[in-house]
Ligand binder design. Sequence first.
Ligand SMILES: CC(C)(COP(=O)(O)OP(=O)(O)OC[C@H]1O[C@@H](n2cnc3c(N)ncnc32)[C@H](O)[C@@H]1OP(=O)(O)O)[C@@H](O)C(=O)NCCC(=O)NCCS
Length: 200
Amino acid sequence: MQDIGEVVEIELVSFTSPWPPRAYRYEVRQNRLAHYFVARRRSPEAPEEEAEERDSGLLQWMQHWTHSTRTRRTSVVGYCGFWIAGDEAHISTIAVDPEYRRRGVGQLLLVTAIERAIQLNARLMSLEVRVSNITAQSLYHKYGFKVVGSQPRYYSDNREDALIMTAEHILSAPYQRLLQKRRKQLVQRLRPVPIAASQE
Ligand SMILES: CC(C)(COP(=O)(O)OP(=O)(O)OC[C@H]1O[C@@H](n2cnc3c(N)ncnc32)[C@H](O)[C@@H]1OP(=O)(O)O)[C@@H](O)C(=O)NCCC(=O)NCCS
């Protein structure tokens, strides 16, 4: 709940029809089918040892990942959510702070959502994406999503069509291989650059 303010700041600069804060409050407090995640920037003042001790999941990499010394009021750099119904998990939203895009944060969020959906016994991930949103489509393609249909004039702001994309059989061995491969590449990418090297 305490992250919603920061999430909505990113929402406002990411979407032409942003969700209001009350929509996120509903999702977090009341929607039992909903699962939401935030990616955080590592706080520059956090001691190394403390970061080492944090959870062993991919989110730990997020905390190791940036050595930015800029002072910034916020610490949330991205968020994502899905709804689960039966064996289908539907991505409801994903966005990254424009200042932190193209560094793997979107992938970190997507992998986290897929892995959580798998833990909840989902077999299929689905989502809608604007026909014009090539950037997001490219992210989804990387994780095995394929276009399976479209929803004409789905978006009310400009009556743009939505593409429906799914990643099917996410429990299957081939999908698991793809996920592990992408996860490995992502961990490499999020690995912190040693400060000495980055100063050269
Ligand atoms: C889509 C979004 C979440 C991606 O976040 P991100 O942190 O920049 O993504 P990543 O750095 O993990 O990039 C993952 C992949 O997405 C694709 N991608 C990301 N930015 C791209 C760009 N500007 N052009 C083309 N492809 C791009 C690439 O395939 C990239 O992989 P690569 O860097 O190995 O080439 C982000 O652009 C965003 O918040 N957009 C606005 C909100 C939105 O459109 N959400 C999706 C709604 S369906």
